[in-house]
Design a protein around this ligand. Sequence first.
Ligand SMILES: [Zn+2]
Ligand SMILES: [Zn+2]
Length: 655
Amino acid sequence: MADLTITLPDGSTRTLPEGATGVDLAADIGPGLAKAAIIANVNGDGRDLDRPLPDGATVAIVTADSDEGLHTLRHSTAHVLAQAVLELWPGATYAIGPPIEHGFYYDFELPGGVTFSQDDLEAIEARMRLIVDADQAFERCEAGADDALELFADHRFKREIIEQVTSGDADTELAGEAAADGTVTYYRNGDGFIDLCTGPHVPTTGRLGHFALQKVAGAYWRGDERQPMLQRIYGTAWADKKALKGHLHRLAEAEKRDHRRLAAELDLVSWPEALGPGLAVWHPKGALVRKLIEDYSRARHEAGGYDFVYSPHIAKSILWETSGHLDFYADGMYPPMEVDGAIYYPKPMNCPFHVAIFQSGQRSYRDLPRRFFELGAVYRYELSGAIHGLLRSRGFTQDDSHIFCTPDQVLGELASLLDFTLSVLRAFGFEDFQAKLSTRPFEKSVGEDALWDMAIDGLRSALESAGLDYVVDEGGGAFYGPKIDVDVTDAIGRPWQLSTIQLDFNLPERFKLEYVGADGGRHRPVMIHRALMGSIERFFGVLIEHYAGAFPLWLAPEQVRVLPVADEHQAYAESVRNHLVAAQFRATVDPADEPLGKRVRAGKVAKVPHVLVVGDDDAANGTVGDNARGAEAPERDLPLDEFLERLSASVEARL
Ligand SMILES: [Zn+2]
Ligand SMILES: [Zn+2]
């Protein structure tokens, strides 16, 4: 019998007997791998492990700890979901069920107009566990179009898929559901459960099990509202118990931290219906935190050599024509309004206004770099379905900078910009950052080669000297210049994209910006756009979720709440409050109208960093009892002066 030569990903080769499968290869490499194997990747395509390997192929054994392995695991779990539903609801029919980020879903239609309720998920999950315990093999089958239609005679959505893939005009979504090439592929397991599919799958259902069903939602067949409404069940699946538990924990934490819920509970922000979707109003407490964020940002920018500027919310169409926004950003802009015969647009960006400021006088190389900074409100059209509280809204305030410099100054500006950005973000409790460098697009771009090369080198060396982890998105930059995006990781490990440093070789050209160089000639400056927090709204939303609403002392809208034990301590409580206020702290008194325990709990629910309780001894000795947020027990008989000193130290350290 002839042998097969297989190349492994590390370049080494193995010789196996003809007919050898992925299982054989995995076993040949080692017993550990044989146990962990999910599928084989053959020349770049995933395949079931039990399929024979072709001679000369490059083969990687895929395990569940890779993206490809997890994808297969989730996909296979979706089959088991469909199997369970069809077993539990005779007459049910199924549509499509792809793997998605963190899990999978499957769309169904139950007989007689019945719909799933959230309570059904438990029974479905139990049925899925039986299928997993039965350790059924996934068997790959092929059929001609007519036979396939016969096999799925009772399932109209599957028949539609078969008709589409066999006629060759399936879109990419459906093409993955069943291979064409004259035949239709499907998989069989258990007592005759079949599903259209191109595979691959885990070898047996016993390889699955670390999953949970999550929710039921409605979904139109093919995402088309003229088509039938189906019932979609979502689930999550992982390689092991620990990963599943970790994910469910993160979801529960994220739910607890949802800024829209906390914004209401803590009376920070609301979205009145009368304003329209994606438009928030800031209540006094939210506005106070916002002011503290903005004050800090302004102070840092002032120290960083920025000039503050302001610009209006609307401008004539000529500005947006010159800037190019009406060409390439029209979809993101609000419709125009006519005033005195001229057309005006609400601004989606601040850049052209800062350009206008630069253009307002003659600039010499001696004046550069000029760094303009504005907390500039912008309005951008977002689909109503994409709106998400403060994180994605239709009106928001960018902490926007535009830096105009000579080409020689670009490197120095980039290096200091990144340091500045990280230092400001760190002040808000973020420690982990991940950056992305987007380089010159392969197709169309503007600007000289030398400028692009220098800018990309500059961004790269700024990333390296800052010691940041970064990935390179080759060719992913805008046509007008390269950029760095910085993600912060929040307290529960979620990344949030906040900062962008974007080079721009285009706007200076479009607006014909100039400065007079040392040679007396006219030169074009380079422009850098920089948003640090991104927008104040989004940043505040991220902060609420990062801190779960428990803002550090320096940002807390109410820093100290003083509770008199009884009415006779009211005067002392007020004098403590007055001392605190005189020392620039935000303090209130909650009088003894309610029982003490209830008031202490209310202070904790409001996430006040320090709830002070004052009684007879305190009034006599000038002390307080401090219930610090997060502390296990109250600290009694604390001299007021000492308490004040501690507060000052915490605020100073921005803790
Ligand atoms: Zn499948
Ligand atoms: Zn800009």
